[in-house]
Design a protein around this ligand. Structure first.
Ligand code: DGL
Length: 263
């Protein structure tokens, strides 16, 4: 049992899509959220730069005495998971990470493709490619880098049509493809599910079921807290927000994201 908070971080505000699930599924925990907005987006950076930034975020949260750390960022996970594992041994603090939910997507019946949409870094990093190689039919999964979305979400733009120009670039090459599932492989994307659904309809055939990994990740956090006997029986889901960016501008957007209804 521990009343210390759980630390959650992302390159920016995207991790709020995971935190809102944590608040729903683990409401007795308190949370410290750290958004590295000053350095976002991570998705266009080199592996070494992403790893260095991820380590700095972990250090920052450790300095705030968190009992566990949830890396609510697919890009940070893909770039730095081996270093993160070493850290776990060093600090004996559980660190939970997340990766694109292609496993449940590939378990869906159907003859269509699975589109995995994520940052450029995630789509090319070895850790993610190894995950893809473990799927029953890796060629069913098409990886689509989506530069440009993160910056708009960070700016608080959520109107579905405001993303059409970007989706034209991502999906026009696949016009008419039958798609069973679209994996939202970046934690910023669940906030614009409407834009994904609208553009899937414009370009693709098939059910195009949208899949995001936040519920699975939060369930894993719950299991890990149980394993380490770290559950908080009396917290009230308090959230403290910290950022390396402009806090006055970002906090209202962060709060709006936490409250946003899931479509
Ligand atoms: N939200 C992050 C993810 O899940 C990445 C965003 C970025 O490019 O900084 O991958």
């Amino acid at each position: 049992m521990s009343e210390r908070p759980v630390g959650v971080f992302d390159s920016g505000l995207g991790g709020a899509s995971v935190l809102r699930e944590a608040l729903r599924l683990l409401p007795n925990e308190n949370y410290i959220y750290y958004g590295d907005n000053g350095n976002a987006p991570y998705g266009d950076k080199s592996d070494d730069d992403i790893t260095a930034l991820t380590m700095a975020c972990i250090d920052k949260l450790l300095s705030m005495d968190v009992k566990a750390i949830l890396i609510a960022c697919n890009t940070a996970t893909a770039a730095s998971v081996s270093k993160v594992r070493q850290l776990m041994d060093q600090y004996s603090i559980p660190i939970i990470s997340m990766e694109p939910a292609i496993k449940p997507a590939c378990a869906l019946p159907g003859t269509g493709k699975v589109f995995m949409m994520a940052t450029l870094a995630t789509t090319r990093l070895d850790r993610y490619l190894a995950l893809q190689a473990r799927m029953p039919d890796p060629s069913r999964v098409i990886n689509i880098p989506c530069p440009g979305i993160v910056e708009r979400v960070e700016a608080g733009i959520f109107d579905d049509a405001a993303y059409d120009d970007l989706f034209d670039k991502y999906l026009a090459p696949y016009r008419g493809t039958e798609v069973d599932a679209i994996v939202l492989g970046c934690t910023h994307y669940p906030f614009i599910k409407g834009a994904f659904a609208r553009n899937a309809k414009r370009y693709l055939r098939g059910s195009c079921t949208l899949i995001d990994g936040s519920v699975g990740t939060v369930r894993q956090l719950g299991r890990i807290l149980d394993r380490y006997k770290l559950r908080n029986p009396c917290g009230a889901g308090k959230v403290e927000f910290h950022t390396s960016g402009d806090e006055a501008a970002l906090k209202p957007i962060f709060e709006k994201l936490l409250m946003q209804d899931k479509k």
